[in-house]
Design a protein around this ligand. Sequence first.
Ligand code: SF4
Length: 364
Amino acid sequence: MSLVRERRQTRQISIGKVKIGSDAPISVQSMTNTRTQDVKATVSQILALEKAGCEIIRVAVPDMEAALAIEKIKQQIAIPIIADIHFDFRLALASAKAGADALRINPGNIGEEKKIKAVVDCAKDHGISIRIGVNAGSLEKEIEQRLGITPEAMVESALRNIKILEDLNFHAIKVSLKASDVSRTVKAYRLLATKTNVPFHVGVTEAGGLYAGITKSAIGIGMLLAEGLGDTIRVSLTRDPVEEIRTGFEILRALGIRRRGPELISCPTCGRCKIDLFKIAEEAEKALLERSSKIKVAIMGCVVNGPGEAKEADIGIAGGDGMGILFKKGKVIRKVDQDKLVDQLLGEIDNMTENSEDLNDKKE
Ligand code: SF4
């Protein structure tokens, strides 16, 4: 029986060429941490993210210069771009004109109705969608006073913002409900799922540094995805955003939802290990990020248990004394010196990729 429940039925929206919701693959996105006005730095970060598999990118738009920069950024990247705006409706209009594929803005924060209408009309004219981003840390005062910083308050805020847009006959909406703790985040999405068919952007916000962030995201996003909730995900880490993309795909892979690139399994080592396995595994992991074939690679510390423990791997290394063996599907191919192990492993992987009938590749 699958670990993941049937996916929640939602409406479908588009962010550029990427579809969100319904039967579209659950997409992985990130946000740049460069100054958006610095086009060169922002484009370079986005290109690195694209290489890591990022499917949608969001940029902060704190001022008009950042909004205008979107035009130049878009010319140099391949993935759709979302403009993240707070309060100032003029920045939303300028971002849409500059080519943003979606806006992240909470209509309730814009103020007067005519300003909200101007943003909605502009989004309609440009055929772009809007993400309502409810954040537990910045709820409407009146809702917070009445309900506290609770999942119920987050859901009420989301529904209020959805209604503002739908009353203006705008339906290309997705919603995020983020808190910095797993419990409120999960409860809020569960509750909102009973009240709307708007697709969900799922994440745990301000999750923390690498260990706390990955753990909270894996549990929070993982629980929701396992319940069939979530149409696009963003892992938040106080790190290079490329790490967010890697983590996002690992969460999807662990749940058997999507696979991207090779899967690396490696042993923790024990007293039987006589090679520098940590270094070998690290080098291999880095090199595998650049490869797209969906094979399973094992890096094991010893020949005694290695190939046996990693029988299901397509290819792998098992360490000996200062050397190692390369094995395919549990069968030894040859012995290799420690220093050449990673290079030869990669060579074999690239050969297998060319003859892809070797691979137990499965479609997403
Ligand atoms: S593969 Fe070998 S070195 Fe690694 S944990 Fe198992 S027994 Fe120990």
